[in-house]
Design a protein around this ligand. Structure first.
Ligand SMILES: [Zn+2]
Length: 61
């Protein structure tokens, strides 16, 4: 299994849904999904683990 992030909690706010996620490396990340749709705002993305598509050209990096 690859590293995976874990959803800690979800909060409904007047702006949208705030989702707290814990990265596989333990780092906290916050996502805000706007009520009206549109692109979610992400705070504190992990530069190491956040990549959805792993770079096949860097084994063991
Ligand atoms: Zn991470």
């Amino acid at each position: 299994m690859n590293q995976q992030s874990t959803t800690l909690s979800r909060h409904l706010t007047s702006d949208g849904i705030v989702v707290w996620t814990r990265c596989a490396c333990g780092r906290l990340r916050m996502d805000l999904v706007p009520n009206g749709g549109g692109r979610p705002l992400t705070a504190g993305p992990c530069p190491r683990c956040h990549a959805d598509a792993p770079d096949a050209a860097s084994p063991g990096a």
